[in-house]
Design a protein around this ligand. Sequence first.
Ligand code: HEC
Length: 115
Amino acid sequence: MEKTVKSGKLILAAGLMAAPLAAPAADMPDWIKMPTYDCKACHAIDHKLVGPAWQDVANKYKGDAKAEAMLMQKVKKGGKGNWDKVTGGVAMPPHPNISDADLKKVLDFELSLAK
Ligand code: HEC
């Protein structure tokens, strides 16, 4: 008689993929493309879509320690005014459903794009 050994569980240690630091920052990382975020509908890393390029946003607020808190509110509540010259006065819609933690993660990424 043959005995089949069943392994109880197959544990896949997927882990967190390290961000490819060397790659050109031309595209948003996959986690920002999750349905939770609609950012990519209006933003790209290095060119304007409906909203300003995230690199431009990062450059604008470079060195401003208070920027992230302000931008959290801005993304949550939506609004316009800071990029009218780029967007022609289009407003960003509010994002009330993204948690502070998730939003901070996105903005950390965004603000890291400053050149
Ligand atoms: C429907 C289009 C749209 C979507 C979706 C969108 N944005 Fe925007 N975003 C804009 C526009 C338009 C502006 C310019 C606002 C202004 O002139 O102040 C903007 C501006 C910004 C700014 C700069 C704000 C400032 O005051 O300088 C940040 C940061 C930003 N968006 C982040 C995000 C993030 C993060 C998401 C996803 C959670 C997102 N946006 C989704 C259209 C959008």
